[in-house]
Design a protein around this ligand. Structure first.
Ligand code: FMN
Length: 485
């Protein structure tokens, strides 16, 4: 068995979904000797939509060509690739919705999409590449892990939930053994999702390749969760990312009864701050995340015993991220004009966790635009499983039309204030679905509370700052910490 990744990075470029931390960003970070992380969230949809743009530079097809199962690449290309790209007003062809038993084609798409993203991030160098998944999005997890491992992913990082079973799944998968992941169907009742890597390969005329077990880093907000995971995880946890409530994306709920401030945001207090002494005692390397995008914050993290930091926001708006140039420019302008505002919305996410939303015109942060958008659920990553009266498993999303949700046995109160994260986030990387012959799905942008800190990187010449510049700057904090030690 491998004894963990070669050299621990100081900077982890956090996984950012949907598709924000795509392979060009992760590769750039990895080339600098730090940990570049691609987002694994909704990667099947991102991949299928990119193929429908015609893959102009041929990267996706070059990587697909290396997939060691005959026929898979052809079937995926047949379904989604459009030479020269689709017309801008044509809707994207749908990908199958996540479910307990994906079709054979959907398994292939998930394996291929995850393989390609990691393959491209790792291509041509020896640096470390990780992939990030959300525990709350369960159905695609097993085939996605297999695709990423086929491409030699070095680290799997997982947050937004309790990933107790994932380390053991990585152990078994590396040995070519079949794996299972429990899916919560209702309180106290789970269905099992299965994936057999050997059968997957052999059914497609390939042999099971030898795989390395990647390291597993759990993303947690509380020391109690880390302690529990250290005792109960089904395999080895190689690191913890401790993400606080200022971080971009989803945040953990505050402890106790949720109180709101006058902007309607959850109030976090001292009880919501992880006790680093517990992590130091666990003896597992850890990284701090949340408003760490400044050399002084990096120095403080290392002085507190961390290996380094995980950074999202500063990388989300750099040249190599997948956010559209227009989004980056508008966010940079807002930061420079001291107008940048991030709201922690307790209701928006169908995952039921607080979610950070950048307040920007013409995005879903605008209540009028949100109200005007007819509700659709056609990507479905945040759907929850439930048991139907006939005993079968159904799926519902609190952000779908309220009537549909109630007809599926949900409570109408649960639909209030929900936003379609799937369509909103994928729109922010330039892949919005088209409705009614040409209306683009509005976008939703997330960033951390420290968004204004990116002012130090924004250039006066109008050029977008690069990931290299962020790394150069942040590493000065690490040098200072190690010099004073
Ligand atoms: C645009 C964006 C998307 C994110 N998406 C994810 C995600 O899909 N999974 C995840 O674990 N964390 C996600 N995060 C959190 C980052 O990985 C990272 O932990 C966090 O951004 C660190 O705090 P910072 O934003 O203050 O730098 C996201 C953050 C941003 C800014």
């Amino acid at each position: 068995m491998r004894m963990g990744i070669r050299a621990l990075p100081t900077i982890i470029q956090g996984g950012m979904g949907i598709g924000v931390s795509h392979w060009p960003l992760a590769r750039t970070v990895s080339l600098r000797g730090q940990l570049g992380v691609v987002s694994g969230t909704a990667l099947d949809a991102v991949f299928a939509r990119r193929l429908q743009h015609g893959d102009p530079e041929g990267h996706l097809r070059r990587a697909l060509d290396k997939l060691p199962m005959p026929g898979v690449a052809e079937r995926v290309l047949d379904r989604y690739f459009i030479e020269g790209g689709k017309s801008p007003t044509t809707p994207y062809r749908a990908v199958p919705m996540p479910c307990v038993q994906p079709t054979s084609f959907h398994l292939e798409l998930l394996v291929a999409a995850n393989f390609v993203e990691v393959f491209l991030a790792k291509e041509g160098h020896q640096g470390l590449v990780g992939i990030n998944y959300l525990r709350k999005i369960e159905p695609p997890t097993l085939p996605s892990l297999f695709g990423a491992m086929l491409a030699g992913v070095d680290v799997v990082l997982m947050g937004a939930g309790i990933p107790t079973t994932i380390p053991g799944i990585l152990d078994r998968m590396a040995q070519g053994r079949s794996v299972e992941l429990p899916l919560e169907v209702q309180e106290g009742e789970c269905a099992l999702m299965h994936f057999d890597p050997r059968a997957f390969c052999e059914l497609r005329g390939g042999a099971m390749p030898s795989l390395q077990r990647p390291d597993f880093f759990a993303i947690v907000s509380y020391d109690s969760l880390a302690t529990m995971l250290s005792r109960k995880a089904t395999g080895r946890i190689n690191g913890f990312v401790i993400e606080d409530f200022t971080a971009g994306g989803h945040n953990a709920r505050p402890r106790g009864r949720m109180q709101l401030n006058d902007r309607g945001e959850p109030i976090f207090g001292p009880r919501d701050v992880a006790d680093l002494a517990v992590f130091r005692e666990l003896g597992v390397p850890f990284w701090l995340a949340g408003t760490r995008g400044h050399p002084d914050r990096v120095r403080e993290a290392i002085e507190a015993g961390a290996q380094g930091v995980q950074i999202g926001t500063a990388f989300a708006f750099c040249a190599e991220s997948a956010m559209t140039p227009d989004v980056k420019r508008r966010v940079h302008d807002a930061v420079l004009a001291d107008r940048a505002d991030v709201l922690t919305d307790p209701l928006a996410s169908p995952a039921g966790l607080p979610f950070k939303i950048v307040q920007l015109d013409d995005t879903l942060s605008d209540p009028c635009l949100c109200e005007a958008r007819p509700r659709y659920c056609d990507l479905g990553y945040f759907r929850h499983a439930y048991r139907r009266e006939d005993g079968s498993i159904g799926w519902r999303c609190p952000a779908e039309p309220a009537d549909d949700y109630v007809n599926r046995g949900g409570e109408v109160e649960d639909t209030v204030g929900r936003k379609c994260l799937c369509n909103g986030l994928i729109a922010a990387i330039g892949l919005p679905q088209m409705r009614n012959g040409g209306d683009e799905e509005p976008m939703l942008i997330t960033a951390g509370q420290g968004l204004r800190d990116i002012a130090r990187y924004i250039r006066s010449d109008g050029q977008c700052y690069t990931a290299d510049e962020v790394i150069d700057d942040l590493l000065t904090g690490a040098v200072a910490a190690r010099a004073s030690a």
